[in-house]
Ligand binder design. Structure first.
Ligand code: P5A
Length: 442
């Protein structure tokens, strides 16, 4: 892709309304454009990143056996009246009337809608477990939308719902999502820590938030540092293995604000392991048993002829928020260098030919290099403008393709001036560069 033809409206300076670095970068690199308070259009660069995040989230849901559906953004108030949340949700819910004066709403979440789908189709324990998810826009009329897409009013969420025959089976489902979340965030190059959390308007009494550390985060957390050394690498998708993995994480004190108890914290965590800091909530999972199934009459026939309400959980990931969260974690705002993890980078590599009006040989060379990259499935952005070296590099550092090739005096013959953003320059052949990138991609 040629930079001159791409819709990437870069800003030279930080817009004054942006208070945190993710919001600053997203505006400066032309990733989003505000439409109204807390509501944004996604421009090509930002949209490409969000779609890549979405695809990783999707793949990891599919791996645990969850099935993708798509529910509407607009819901009828009837199902929310059945669950009792129509009143409870208060001002955060955007309420709409259609031309027949029917009360509708823009969905802030989908527990009711999915329970309605379940109850009208499945009647037997033999169909369980069911894990259903969708990736869809949500609307919450937040009092204080802020930090760009981090706390938006309209935002993109992956929400999954589990249906099981008993508590025991439901915990198995819960643990599958627990594992899937650890795997998802790892593929996004984030360290997200599960923390015991409050359930708020969703309900239930078992819940974990997945939080990444960031000074600008809105969640206050209290944790035992040793939790950061854990991983879920050898967990199989099987009851005992999953429960052991969750126990491993839960052995360490790790909670959000609402669950914090000073006395307990100081009793179970030695002073040198205590960490009190802030973070960004990128995911949140809940177990609420029959809260919705009972209120809405979603039951199944059991083996002995009895009926029971299905046991449900719900599992959310903030897909649009993750774009900002990755920036908070990876953007070096002092040096104005963003390095996207290759898994979600808008481009794999930036080609920076030193072009001047009388000599297009560097640009020709870049275009030839690009042909070879395309053959190898490597996505490049070529800066074909005639700006000077430093302004070209500044732009590419904001766009954040993790690799760069500078095509100027130092890229003579077969050896190219290559660098991984933020690292030393190396002189390498194109074949070697392709090998490095392909290896990282797998
Ligand atoms: C779980 C899935 C739920 O809504 N119902 C369905 C449950 N959980 S939640 O914690 O309220 O939201 C899930 C994730 O969505 C992101 N998120 C937001 N992102 C941007 N702007 C917002 N205003 C916003 N609110 C929630 C968070 O990542 C959260 O973990």
């Amino acid at each position: 892709m040629l930079l001159s033809k791409s819709f990437v409206p870069i800003l030279k300076n930080n817009p004054s309304e942006a208070k945190i670095k993710s919001h600053q970068l997203m505006l400066r690199a032309g990733m989003i454009k505000q439409a109204s308070a807390g509501i944004y259009s996604w421009l090509p660069l930002g949209f490409k990143i969000m779609k890549k995040i979405e695809e990783i989230v999707r793949q990891e849901q599919n791996k645990i056996g969850a099935q993708e559906i798509l529910m509407p953004t607009i819901q009828s108030s009837d199902i929310w009246k059945e669950s009792g949340r129509y009143e409870d949700y208060g001002e955060e819910m955007l309420r709409i009337k259609d031309r027949q004066n029917r009360e509708m709403l823009y969905g802030p979440t989908n527990e009711e809608q999915v329970t309605e789908i379940f109850r009208s189709s499945l009647k037997s324990y033999k169909s369980l477990p069911q894990l259903l998810y969708h990736i869809q826009w949500k609307f919450r009329d937040e009092i204080r939308p802020r930090f760009g897409i981090m706390r938006g009013r309209e935002f993109y969420m992956k929400d999954a719902y589990s249906f099981d025959v008993s508590d025991e089976e439901a915990f198995f489902s819960y643990n599958k999502f627990f594992l899937s979340y650890l795997r998802t965030f790892k593929r996004l190059a984030l360290t997200a820590i599960p923390m015991a959390a409050d359930t708020g308007p969703i309900g239930g009494n078992l819940s974990h938030e997945f939080i990444i550390l960031a000074d600008t985060g809105e969640s206050k957390i209290f944790t035992d540092k040793r939790i950061f050394d854990l991983n879920s690498n050898d967990t199989e998708l099987e009851k005992n293995s999953l429960q052991q993995m969750r126990n491993k994480f839960e052995q360490y004190y790790s909670v959000t604000d609402e669950k914090f108890n000073k006395e307990e914290f100081e009793k179970v965590v030695s002073e040198e392991n205590r960490l009190i800091t802030k973070g960004i909530e990128v995911g949140h999972i809940f177990y609420f048993g029959d809260k919705y199934s009972k209120a809405m009459g979603a039951s199944v026939d059991l083996p002995g002829g009895k009926k029971d309400f299905v046991k449900m959980g719900s599992y959310g990931i903030g897909v649009s928020r993750l774009v900002g969260a990755i920036i908070e974690a990876k953007f070096d705002d002092k040096n104005e260098i963003m390095k996207w993890p290759l898994s979600v980078a808008p481009y794999d590599i930036a080609l920076v030919p030193m072009v001047n009006k009388n000599d297009t040989s560097a640009l020709d060379k870049a275009i030839n290099i690009n042909k070879e990259l395309i053959k190898n499935n490597i996505d490049a952005l070529i800066d074909d403008t005639d700006e000077n070296y430093s302004s070209k590099i500044k732009k590419m550092n904001l766009i954040g393709a993790p690799y760069q090739i500078i095509i100027g005096k130092k890229s003579e013959g077969d050896l190219l001036e290559f660098k991984e953003i933020g690292e030393e320059t190396q002189n390498l052949s194109l074949a070697k560069i392709i090998e490095i990138i392909k290896k990282q991609k797998n």
